[in-house]
Design a protein around this ligand. Structure first.
Ligand SMILES: [Zn+2]
Length: 83
């Protein structure tokens, strides 16, 4: 548990993973970006970022600009692997 989480905590507080992963954005996530870095991750390793509607495209574009495969889903969905 983080200190921030304790300070912000309380009944009904959204979990950190439900918030947008974009820096400085605390909007509720509506989308999930599943990705991996092929240089350091095996094919079945999946990292997941949460994204609000506003940042979904920019976060995905940032990942793709680095050559990382990205799969976009609704928030809360999981994927087995990203090609
Ligand atoms: Zn956002």
């Amino acid at each position: 548990m983080s200190l921030l989480g304790m300070l912000d905590g309380g009944a009904g507080a959204p979990s950190p993973s439900a918030m947008c992963s974009s820096a400085g954005c605390s909007a509720q996530a509506a989308h999930a970006l599943h990705w991996r870095n092929p240089r350091i991750h095996d094919a079945d390793r999946v990292k997941t970022w949460a994204a609000c509607a506003e940042h979904r495209e920019s976060l995905a574009a940032w990942l793709r600009s680095r050559g990382f495969p990205v799969v976009e889903t609704a928030f809360g969905e999981t994927v087995e692997r990203v090609a």
